[in-house]
Design a protein around this ligand. Structure first.
Ligand code: 5AD
Ligand code: SF4
Length: 465
C-alpha cells in the first residue's frame, strides 16, 4: 500500500484574549482567518510558532497587562530559540490601534501590530513577517473591509451560546472613553449577513445568540428590502431562525433605547429578560462632563419603561467612580441612583485617565485613595442588590441553557434567562440543551438547583452541517 501523502508541517498559533466579549469574538475570527495558512490553535504559548495578544485599552490596568504578558512571551520565545525554533509575535486589538508603532519601539520582540479593523490582513502580515522579519503595522479603519474579508466560520459543533458582532465602533465620544478612537466610527453589518451567520450557528447547535456591539442599540443597516433595519427588527428576524431559542444583546446606550426596542421585551419571548445599560454616574453635572447625553432622570425613566414591559427583567450596568471633579455629593447621587434602580448585576470601575481622551486633561482629578473608598462603598451596595436578586429566584423554576461541565464531577453548568450561572447534578448529554431547573440556593456567584424530572428532554443536538 502506498504511504499516505505527507501533510504540510502544521504550525501552531496561541491567542491570548484580554477585555471584552467582542475581543473574544475577534480572536475566534483571527484563528479562522489563519487556519487556511496551516495554523492550528494551541493553548501552550511555548508550542506556538505565532503568539497573538488580543488586547484591551479601556483602562490603564488593562493596557499594562499587555506589556507584562509580552515579558512572558519573550521568555517563551527565548526558550524556543535555544531549540532552533522561531516565534512570531503579534499584538492585536485596541492597544495595537491606540499605540501602533510605539509598541514595537517599547517591545522590539513584536513583529506585527494589527488593529481591530485589519484582522482580515493577518494571514498576509504573518506570511510577510515570516519571510522578511521586521515590524509590520496595520491600523487602518474601516470595519466594512474586515467583515467582507473574514472567512466563514468552520463546520463542527458550535457553542450552545454564541456571540455575533453586529455593530462596531462608537460615535458617542464619552469624554473618558477610548473606544471611538480604537474601534472607530459606528458601523453596522448588513442584516442578511447576520441572519446567514446565525442560521449556520443554529444549524451547528447554538441555541442562544448574543449580538455584540460597542453601541449595539444604535444598530442601523439597510436590508435587502431597501428598508432601514433597527436592532428590534433584526432581533425579530433572528427569533424566526430555526433552532434559536434565546436572544440577547450588549452593550446598549440609554440614548438609543427606543420604544420599539423596549416593547420587544414584552413582545418577543425569545428575547431574554436581561439588559445591560451603563449609566456611568448619577450626578447630572458629572454626566454632562462625561458627555453622556442623558440625565439621571432619563435613565430612571428608561429603567421604569423596561420594567413595565418586562416586570422580571434583570438590569445590569457599568458605573465609574472618581471621574474628574466628582465630589462626595456627586458620588452619593450615584449611590442613590444605583440603590433606586436595584441592579441584578453591575460592573464598577475607578476612573482611569486614558491618554488622548478629553477627560484625561480635566482639572480636579480625584486621588486614588478616594476612588478606592468610593468603589468599595459602591460595590458593597451593588453586591447586596445582586444577592437580593439571586435570592428572589430561589424557589422558582427557571429554564437553564446548559453550556458545559460544572465545577464538581457530575455537575453541569448553564445560565438562567437572567444570565445567572446555575449549577446542577446532571448528565453531560444535557450540555447544549435547555432544561427546567428548580432553584434551591443562591451562592456568592451562582445558583444551585435540581432538574425538573418531568421536563421532556429533546435528545442530543444533531449537528446539521
Ligand atoms: N476609566 C474607567 N472606566 C472606564 N470605562 C470606560 N472607560 C473608562 C475609563 N477611562 C468603563 C465604562 C464602560 C466600561 C466598558 O468600562 O463604565 O461602560
Ligand atoms: Fe465609550 Fe460606550 Fe461612551 Fe461609546 S458610548 S464612548 S463605547 S462609553
Amino acid at each position: 500500500m502506498a504511504a499516505p501523502p505527507e501533510r504540510p508541517s502544521a504550525k501552531k498559533v496561541h491567542i491570548k484574549t484580554f477585555g471584552c466579549q467582542m475581543n473574544a469574538y475577534d480572536s475566534e475570527r483571527m484563528a479562522e482567518a489563519l487556519a487556511p495558512s496551516g495554523y492550528a490553535l494551541t493553548r501552550d504559548p511555548e508550542e506556538a510558532d505565532l503568539v497573538i495578544l488580543n488586547t484591551c485599552h479601556i483602562r490603564e490596568k488593562a493596557a499594562e497587562k499587555v506589556y507584562s504578558e509580552l515579558g512572558r512571551v519573550r521568555l517563551a520565545k527565548a526558550r524556543r530559540k535555544a531549540e532552533g525554533r522561531d516565534t512570531l509575535v503579534a499584538v492585536a486589538g485596541c492597544v495595537a490601534q491606540a499605540e501602533g508603532r510605539e509598541i514595537a519601539a517599547r517591545a522590539p520582540l513584536v513583529d506585527i501590530v494589527v488593529g481591530p479593523q485589519s484582522y482580515h490582513r493577518l494571514p498576509d502580515l504573518v506570511a510577510e513577517a515570516a519571510r522578511n522579519g521586521g515590524s509590520l503595522v496595520a491600523t487602518d479603519f474601516p470595519a466594512e473591509a474586515k467583515f467582507a474579508h473574514l472567512p466563514e466560520r468552520p463546520a463542527g459543533k458550535a457553542p450552545a451560546s454564541a456571540f455575533v458582532t453586529v455593530q462596531e465602533g462608537c460615535d458617542k465620544f464619552c469624554t473618558f472613553c477610548v473606544v471611538p478612537y480604537t474601534r472607530g466610527a459606528e458601523f453596522s453589518r448588513a442584516p442578511a449577513e447576520i441572519v446567514g451567520e446565525v442560521t449556520k450557528l443554529a444549524a451547528r447547535g447554538a441555541s442562544e445568540i448574543t449580538l455584540l456591539g460597542q453601541n449595539v442599540n444604535a444598530y442601523r443597516a439597510e436590508g435587502l428590502d431597501g428598508a432601514s433595519w433597527s436592532l428590534a427588527r433584526l432581533l425579530r428576524r433572528l427569533a424566526e431562525v430555526p433552532g434559536i431559542e434565546r436572544l440577547r444583546y450588549t452593550t446598549s446606550h440609554p440614548r438609543d433605547m427606543d420604544d420599539e426596542l423596549i416593547a420587544l421585551f414584552a413582545e418577543e419571548p425569545k428575547l431574554m429578560p436581561y439588559l445591560h445599560l451603563p449609566f456611568q454616574a448619577g450626578s447630572d453635572r458629572i454626566l454632562k462632563a462625561m458627555n453622556r447625553k442623558h440625565t439621571a432622570e432619563d435613565y430612571e425613566a428608561i429603567a421604569e419603561q423596561v420594567r413595565a414591559a418586562r416586570t422580571d427583567i434583570a438590569l445590569s450596568t457599568d458605573i465609574i467612580v472618581g471621574f474628574p471633579g466628582e465630589t462626595d455629593t456627586d458620588f452619593e447621587v450615584t449611590l442613590a441612583l444605583a440603590s433606586h434602580v436595584r441592579f441584578a448585576q453591575a460592573f464598577s470601575f475607578k476612573y482611569s485617565a486614558r491618554p488622548g481622551t478629553p477627560a484625561a486633561d480635566l482639572p480636579g482629578q480625584v486621588p486614588e485613595t478616594v476612588k478606592r473608598e468610593r468603589l468599595a462603598a459602591l460595590q458593597a451596595l451593588l453586591d447586596k442588590d445582586r444577592h437580593a436578586f439571586d435570592r428572589a429566584t430561589v424557589g422558582r423554576r427557571l429554564k437553564v441553557l446548559f453550556e458545559g461541565k460544572g465545577r464538581k464531577p457530575g455537575q453541569i453548568a448553564g445560565r438562567s434567562p437572567y444570565l445567572q450561572a446555575v449549577h446542577v447534578e446532571g448528565p453531560a448529554e444535557l450540555i447544549g440543551q435547555i432544561a427546567e431547573v428548580d432553584i434551591l440556593a443562591a451562592g456568592p456567584n451562582s445558583l444551585t438547583g435540581v432538574i425538573n424530572s418531568g421536563f421532556e428532554w429533546r435528545g442530543p443536538v444533531q449537528a446539521a452541517v
